[in-house]
Design a protein around this ligand. Structure first.
Ligand SMILES: NC(=O)c1ccc[n+]([C@@H]2O[C@H](COP(=O)([O-])OP(=O)(O)OC[C@H]3O[C@@H](n4cnc5c(N)ncnc54)[C@H](OP(=O)(O)O)[C@@H]3O)[C@@H](O)[C@H]2O)c1
Length: 315
């Protein structure tokens, strides 16, 4: 039996749908039934139910966006750092493997070769970076799983949310047997306030930058495949290969969905951070080749975006 934590949430719901589709026996446990965030109640529950594997899709995300975490720091720390640590230790004590949904937002920027070797560029809005990203993508690489987060409390600035996600990874990395699955900006074909494609369509002004993304269904499929295909435990960037700019995605929306409105963009980071945002945003390019090299199939980001828009289902 698989135990699913956080099934009432946006990502947890997709795990629930996919586990059901696969005909897997699972239990979706909510804090309203058992407060699984407390060590003793979680330990007692696990000792009696003995799941084969746990999917942790629980955590604290700010709503409508990461700025909300700056005003709820205790909940953010509890949900994204303290709780994963409690889970990891309870699982280790009972020898139960688990997978934890982390985030790519613990990184900022990308690796780039401007002509003098590979360097990390945190500012992907620089004209030199934009030109290379458009015309010489072979000169850009994402962060892989060997690299240390550079948008974290140990490498500031970062948002409070990102800091707690990075610390959550540190807290569980060497405790028992687990997967750390890094999700990045989820989207799919179902219109939803949490869907990146819906967000772009609803923003009064769009913030343009480069990012890797995760199709929600592809993400949960890849995570579950990690368990069922018995790939080695460890950290995996679970993003659709490649990267896109928000401007590129807006163009795809215009072409495929033909919305009546035009998209207006923030003119600069300065304008966005003065009036449109409270805390720093992570924008980053991820390298998902480790996942692919262990045999997990995940389609390129452009294909996933096109299919989502071609099958768009309004709320
Ligand atoms: N959505 C994104 O854009 C995104 C991107 C990257 C990573 N992630 C990560 O993916 C995981 C799931 O995110 P989500 O978007 O599905 O979140 P969500 O919709 O807010 O759902 C999270 C679920 O976690 C449970 N939970 C446990 N402790 C909690 C706490 N302290 N505060 C709030 N909820 C808590 C709740 O379920 P019960 O109360 O029913 O148990 C809740 O329904 C999180 O770890 C998040 O950091 C999300």
């Amino acid at each position: 039996m698989i135990l699913l934590l956080g099934a009432t949430g946006y990502i947890g719901h997709a795990f629930q749908t996919e586990l059901t589709r696969r005909g897997q026996r699972f239990v979706a446990l909510s804090r309203s039934e058992v407060d699984y965030t407390k060590f003793q109640s979680l330990y007692d529950y696990l000792k009696s139910s003995r799941p084969d594997f746990i999917v942790n899709a629980a955590g604290y995300t700010g709503k409508p966006n990461v700025d909300a975490c700056e005003a709820a720091k205790a909940d953010t720390l509890q949900g994204n750092t303290l709780f994963p640590q409690v889970l990891a230790h309870a699982c280790a004590a009972l020898d139960i493997p688990f997978g934890h949904v982390s985030s790519g937002c613990i990184f900022a920027g990308a690796w780039i070769d401007y002509g003098n070797g590979w360097v990390v560029e945190k500012d992907m809005t620089k004209p030199e970076f934009v030109a290379i990203a458009k015309h010489s993508p072979e000169k850009i690489r994402g962060f892989d799983e060997t690299m240390t987060p550079n948008f974290s409390f140990r490498d500031e600035p970062c948002s409070f949310y990102s800091g707690t996600k990075a610390l959550g990874e540190e807290a569980i990395k060497d405790v028992g047997q687990n997967f750390i699955w890094r999700l990045r900006i989820p989207f799919d074909e179902f219109d939803n306030p949490r869907n990146y494609l819906s967000k772009i369509q609803r923003y009064a002004k769009v913030y343009n930058n480069f990012n890797s993304l995760s199709h929600r269904g592809d993400f949960v499929n890849a995570c579950l495949d990690c368990w069922f295909q018995k790939v080695p435990f460890g950290t995996y960037n679970v993003t659709n290969p490649g990267y896109v700019s928000t401007a590129d995605v807006s163009e795809m929306i215009k072409e495929i969905l033909k919305p009546e409105r035009e998209f207006e963009f923030w003119k600069s980071d300065a304008e966005f951070y003065t009036t449109g945002a409270v805390t720093a945003r992570s924008n980053c390019i991820m390298d998902s080749s480790k996942l692919i090299n262990v045999g997990i199939i995940i389609r390129p980001v452009i294909a996933a975006l096109q299919t989502s828009l071609n099958n768009w289902k309004s709320e």
